[in-house]
Design a protein around this ligand. Structure first.
Ligand code: G4P
Length: 524
């Protein structure tokens, strides 16, 4: 441990935004970057966001890799903290990528559309946060629209996401009548038409009527109701993932965003110890370690290079340092890795726990890989999620079969798709969390491997990784269910369920076996 190590890791705040598409993630990101001084005017980020719903658009995004890589991790300084904002793909078809990004954050910001409330994608992402007990701060956006009643929105969060929602601010009116918010903690008014906050320790003050008109009584009534019925905000409950503090605002106007950022750097957790297969690694340890959580390909299509996104877990990264690659037990030099640095930050290209480094490579690094200075470690907690959509991939020209196999192997390693080989035949079954992934794979096989794949849909309802210590049962299961079994690229056994009923029935019948909907990336 060194003082500098503790100081640097404790000032990091690494987070991602979870939201349903269109709730306002891009708009909010942009406002945060404005405040952080990373961009100068609104429009920079939104201009990059294309209509994301077709493959051609996705390919267009691919072509602009340069931009998307540098914008995947955004670092800025606020109130002496170094904030790392990790971008997550907006389209739900790429949610597996989003899930993996969430394994690299220490907290999350949940954006909810005040008109729509909690939506499906928010649900799923929340479940992922729950797997790691990731603390969640909530921003209820679009208060400038006629949305749902704020109390109803809190209730929606509590009941559908099963977490206590505690407002830190309260909206004054909504839609055309939205005037601003009242900071319940610091007892300060933030009004749309005033630049400076107005202290308002006593809501019974006649000043409130003067400032808010008839909305003053509504605020008094709501504040009374909240203090009688509501739970008090507790940082510990937030950090334990049982409570989410809620702020209201309008990202489009940037309203409520400064308070959100101030609150975030005040309460969000710094990097905490991370589990490995052998021990927990503290960010205060001075020896370098970290884990690859995402691979981005096609930085330059001619060279098949990939960027591995690496989360620092301990020690300090310095350019040119030697590291040990846990899975292959080889050492190599981190020669041209890049640290994502805050604009204007002085000094060398260094990174500390909580920071993300981009490591260009030609396929050496895979999702879940650990790099350390010396001790052989393997970080855990980077899962694959059971696919929900399946397609069979065949090749048009048999002479290109080897190329297709290689291409698929690469795409699997990048996490673009999952692949299964049935026990009873030589098919390639592709599994995806979102159907658009198939389109992307087909397109990339064509462009990068010169392979024309024919995809046909399959009717599986789901897949589960099957494990057991009881080898006898496992053998019997393999024999009886061979037609519905496959192996993934690591050789793990996977049950492919013809229907949900079938799946439940099988799980019920084979009590000695464990059926998993997630699988850890652990090697060796
Ligand atoms: P996303 O990344 O979560 O998908 O959402 P994004 O920020 O792109 O916002 C989705 C739409 O919601 C955009 O409108 C955006 O302008 C709007 N929006 C975001 N925040 C607010 C807000 O606080 N108030 C209001 N009224 N609207 C908001 P769009 O019509 O799809 O795009 P554009 O025409 O504005 O570019």
């Amino acid at each position: 441990m060194s003082k500098e190590q503790i100081r640097q890791s404790d000032r990091r705040r690494t987070f991602g935004i979870i939201s349903h598409p269109d709730a306002g993630k891009t708009t909010l990101t942009e406002q945060l970057l404005l405040l952080g001084g990373l961009i100068r005017e609104a429009g920079d980020v939104r201009a990059r966001k294309t209509k994301r719903y077709a493959t051609s658009d996705w390919m267009a995004i691919e072509k602009e890799r340069g931009i998307s890589v540098t914008s995947s991790v955004m670092q800025f300084e606020h109130h002496g903290r170094i904030v790392n904002l990790l971008d997550t793909p907006g389209h739900h078809d790429f949610s597996e990528d989003t899930y993996r990004v969430l394994t690299a954050v220490d907290s999350a910001l949940m954006v909810i559309d005040s008109v729509k409330g909690v939506e499906t994608q928010t649900h799923k992402l929340m479940e992922v946060c729950r797997m790691r007990t990731t603390p969640i701060l909530t921003f209820i956006n679009k208060m400038d629209r006629e949305g749902r009643d704020p109390l109803e929105l809190l209730d929606d969060i509590e009941t559908s996401l099963n977490i206590d929602a505690v407002p830190l601010s309260w909206p004054i009116g909504a839609g055309a009548r939205f005037q601003g918010t009242y900071d319940l903690q610091h007892r300060v008014l933030h009004l749309m038409d005033r630049d400076a906050p107005i202290p308002m320790p006593d809501l019974n003050s006649p000043d409130l009527d003067r400032l808010l008109g008839s909305a003053a009584d509504d605020l008094r009534y709501d504040a009374e109701l909240l203090s009688e019925a509501g739970t008090d905000f507790s940082v510990d409950a937030y950090l334990a993932g049982t409570q989410t503090p809620v702020l209201f605002g309008s990202a489009l106007d940037g309203f409520g965003v400064p308070q959100l950022l101030d609150t975030f750097v005040e309460i969000a957790p710094p990097p905490s110890p991370r589990d490995t297969t052998t021990r927990a690694v503290s960010p205060h340890e001075t020896t370098f370690s970290g884990v690859v959580f995402k691979i981005q390909a096609n930085m330059d299509p001619r060279h098949r290079d990939r960027m591995a996104f690496f989360r620092m877990c301990s020690g300090k990264y310095e350019p040119g340092m030697w590291v040990r690659h846990g899975r292959t037990d080889q050492t190599f030099r981190l020669a041209n890795a890049m640290a994502f640095m805050a604009q204007g930050r002085e000094g060398t290209d260094e990174a500390w726990p909580g920071d993300i480094i981009g490591i260009p490579n030609h396929g050496t690094l895979r999702i879940g890989d650990t790099l350390t200075a010396q001790e052989p470690l393997q970080f855990t907690g980077i899962p694959s999620f059971a696919p929900e959509h399946f397609q069979k991939a065949r090749i048009k020209n048999a002479l290109r079969a080897k190329h297709m196999e290689k291409g698929l192997q690469h795409l699997v390693e990048e996490g673009a798709i999952q692949m299964f080989r049935p026990l009873v035949n030589t098919d390639y079954i592709l599994g995806a969390v979102g159907p658009l992934q198939f389109e992307v794979v087909k397109e990339r096989l064509r462009n990068e491997y010169n392979v024309e794949a024919i995809m046909s849909s399959m009717t599986y309802a789901g897949a589960r990784w099957v494990e057991s210590d009881d080898e006898e049962s496992l053998r019997e299961f393999t024999r009886k269910q061979a037609n519905n079994l496959a192996r993934d690229v690591d050789g793990s056994l996977v049950y492919m369920a013809p229907s949900m009923w079938w799946l439940n029935d099988t799980v019920d019948k084979w009590k000695t076996l464990t059926f998993r909907s997630t699988k850890e990336h652990v090697f060796g």
